[in-house]
Structure formats: C-alpha cells, structure tokens
Ligand binder design. Structure first.
Ligand SMILES: [Zn+2]
Ligand SMILES: [Zn+2]
Length: 301
C-alpha cells in the first residue's frame, strides 16, 4: 500500500483508475474503507516505530552487493501488536462490507491472536509469511482476500518505515528480477512514460528498479521468441508479460498511455486488473511473485 502523507496521490490515482478500468467501481466502497483505515492507523502510530530497525551495510558495500546481484534482504522484524492491530482492522472492514464473511473472518482473527500471543515484542517476516501460507493451505479465506489482507498489512508497515532508505539506494546498479532491498519477487511494474523503460516495483516495500525489457525477471530468460505479452480487449494499459520457459507472468502498466503524471500508485492498478491475473492463469502461467490472486473456484470457469 503506501506510506503516510501519500493519501493525496492515492485519492488522485483512485479517480483515474475508476475512469480507466471498467468494473473497478464495484470494489470502490470496499477499497476506500480499507485505505482510510490504513491511513488512519499510520497517522495514529506516527510517533512510534512499527519495525525493529537495524543498520544497513555501508554505502560502498551496498554498491558492491548490487553489482554482484546480491539483495540486502532487508526485512526488519515487525512489532507484533501493531501488525496484529492492522490485520484486525482490515478484517473488520471485510465484515462491514460483506457481513456474510463474519464466521470465516472470526476464525482468521482467532488464528492471528493465538499466533501473535506466542510471539515476542517483534516478529520476523518469515514467521508471518508462514502463517499466511498456512491459512492459504487451509482455504479459510479465498486467495484474493487472504493476499489482500496480508499484503496490505505488511506493505503498509514496511513502506511507511522504509521511505528514506529507498531514496538512498544505488538502484542504477541493480538489474535483477527481485527487489534489491528486501529480496521479494515483483508482481507488477510499469513502462516509463518518458522512454518506455521497464520499471519493476516490489509489492512489499515499494522499491522500484529498472530491468532490461526483453528479460524474464524470474528465470533471466532473454530469448525474445519465448517472451511475450497480451492485453485485454477494452484495456490496453495493463500488459500481462509472460515467459514460456518458466511459465510465469507479471503485469506491466504502460505509463506512456496514461500521460504525464507526478506519480503512479501501482498497487491500485494491480487491484483494478485482477481479471488479468485470472486470464494469465487460464493461459497456463503462474505469478512469478508467488502471489496467487486467482480463487480456487474461479480457476475452473
Ligand atoms: Zn522490496
Ligand atoms: Zn522465465
């Protein structure tokens, strides 16, 4: 999601996405409630640290690492009670918007409670990821809701804490398919307005970096015949980029089609184009990010 102070960018992007993507208005009420709650949460917590900060390597060392394709794997531990609070807040929005979810969401909340009771003051990212995967296997919530819940909680906290760090990274030295700061694999990116360059964005920490256009971020395949993209009839802004070698996909928003703009809030474009994810899976590709947005019941349609 986004950091404090980005509410205005978000509002503007929301309006634009409503115009660009047909059907997005169906999710409007839900998303507005979610984002208001997240911004409210970040505002209330602005005087405290939501993560356990640890120092980054020296600048020279970082430059060397980046040149060698080594990510900093920077995922500080998160304050347990804060991530718990945010997960609960979002669960409550789910129920408000769709009361039919009350029973399943209640079960999810109980799981969060008991998981975090056993945690100490700070909890590691991989522990939270484990819980997320367990819930996915148990099929307690549909994939899209479950991903939405965890991605927005985790990314709100990390993006909010990492703002200054990201600015200082020597990202021009980085050309891998995963995030130079945290190491996660991207789910979306954009083609830059100015020159059409491919820019990937980390779903977790929001870092953006450039990568050669004809290259699969996930298996580094550079064979043009094995790489391609498709779009959907009434929406050419969003491309599904696929690789026939490793059978993965990711999405690119063509910013050249959007006109000059100060900032593009990509997570919103992603949420507005979930139908593209379904299409990609139907064509036999899996998300290189590892984040399955397609619900089990939709796969057979
Ligand atoms: Zn990242
Ligand atoms: Zn590939």
């Amino acid at each position: 999601m986004m950091a404090r102070g980005e509410k205005e960018d978000f509002e503007k992007e929301f309006e634009r996405c409503l115009k660009l993507y047909s059907g997005f208005e169906e999710a409007e009420e839900f998303l507005r409630q979610v984002f208001n709650e997240v911004f409210g949460f970040l505002e209330r917590k602005k005087s405290i640290s939501l993560v356990d900060h640890f120092p980054l390597p020296e600048k020279e060392r970082t430059r060397e690492d980046f040149k060698n394709g080594k990510s900093l794997e920077y995922k500080p531990r998160i304050k347990a009670e804060e991530i718990l609070e945010l997960l609960h807040i979002l669960c409550d929005v789910f129920i408000r918007v769709n009361p039919g979810l009350e029973e399943t969401v209640k079960k999810a909340k109980e799981r969060f409670e008991s998981f975090l009771k056993t945690a100490s003051e700070f909890v590691e990212f991989k522990k939270i990821k484990q819980l997320w995967q367990e819930l996915e296997q148990e099929n307690l919530l549909e994939n899209d809701l479950l991903n939405f819940l965890f991605i927005n909680s985790l990314s709100a906290i990390y993006k909010n804490s990492h703002d200054n760090i990201i600015e200082d990274l020597p990202k021009q030295l980085w050309e891998e398919g995963h995030c130079c700061l945290c190491g996660e694999k991207p789910h979306y990116g954009l083609l830059r307005y100015e020159d059409g360059a491919k820019i990937l964005e980390c779903w977790l920490c929001g870092t953006r970096w450039g990568q050669m256009r004809i290259k699969c971020p996930f298996c580094s395949n550079e064979t043009p015949e094995e790489l391609g993209y498709f779009t959907v009839e009434d929406n050419k802004h969003c491309r599904i980029q696929f690789c026939n070698k490793c059978k993965t996909y990711y999405k690119l928003i063509d910013a050249r089609e959007l006109g000059k703009t100060r900032k593009i809030v990509l997570p919103l474009h992603h949420l507005a184009t979930l139908s593209h994810d379904l299409l990609a899976e139907k064509e036999g590709f899996l998300p290189g990010s590892g984040l399955r947005w397609v619900n089990n019941q939709d796969k057979n349609l």
